[in-house]
Unconditional design. Structure first.
Length: 213
């Protein structure tokens, strides 16, 4: 096996065809890389290198086929993870290119981006003010309802206090739920406003880069 490897290495180095190789005798000849990074030629891959990819050579020492080495489950998962990351990187580059194209096709100057940003931020600010107004009114209504309910059980500590009327209890419950809903809406709108500003800031910075300053 060693003499075959030496013969092929010499032949490959001087560019001569390999005559009388083991392939001509019905055996396969493989080319693989060992752990030291050296290229090896052999008619039988050692067990410790079974996990290495290898080329199958013809009688001229030219690769005519390729065999994948056996891999462990850990190696398979690592390869799948690398492939997934490479796919994500490609998609990220495509998304960056798409966004750059959109910026250049949509805007002429930085001022155009700022004008659109200001209009959208103003719209969200109007929504915030309306929501705050609703919340203020609902909170006032809840205070009034709670004051009214203070004469009834379970809000009153008096033993002879009557049970709270069903309609009053229902109004308190509904008003409390409405306040919670509007508070969530207000928080979400403020978050959208901050995210929108950050997005436009990024667009402006990127637009300046694409335009060279």
């Amino acid at each position: 096996m060693r003499s075959v490897g030496v013969t092929l290495l010499v032949a490959a180095a001087i560019g001569l065809p390999v005559v009388g190789s083991v392939e001509a005798q019905g055996q396969r000849l493989y080319k693989y890389t060992d752990r030291d990074g050296r290229t090896q030629y052999t008619d039988k891959v050692p067990p410790e290198y079974a996990d290495r990819d290898r080329a199958v050579l013809n009688e001229q020492g030219v690769a005519v086929a390729f065999e994948e080495g056996s891999i462990t489950e850990e190696e398979r998962l690592a390869a799948a993870a690398r492939e997934a990351q490479e796919k994500a990187d490609r998609e990220a580059r495509l998304e960056i290119a798409r966004r750059d194209r959109m910026l250049l096709e949509t805007y002429i100057t930085v001022g155009d981006i700022e004008d659109l940003r200001d209009r959208r931020l103003e719209l969200l600010e109007s929504q915030i003010k309306v929501t705050e107004l609703y919340l203020n009114n609902l909170r006032k209504r809840l205070v009034a309802l709670q004051n009214e309910a203070s004469r009834f059980k379970p809000y009153s500590l008096k033993e002879d206090a009557p049970q709270i009327p069903e309609d009053l209890a229902r109004d308190i419950s509904r008003t409390t739920a409405s306040i919670a809903l509007y508070e969530q809406t207000l928080a979400r709108t403020r978050a959208d406003q901050a995210a929108l500003k950050d997005s436009f800031d990024e667009d402006i910075a990127r637009f300046r880069q694409l335009k060279g300053g």
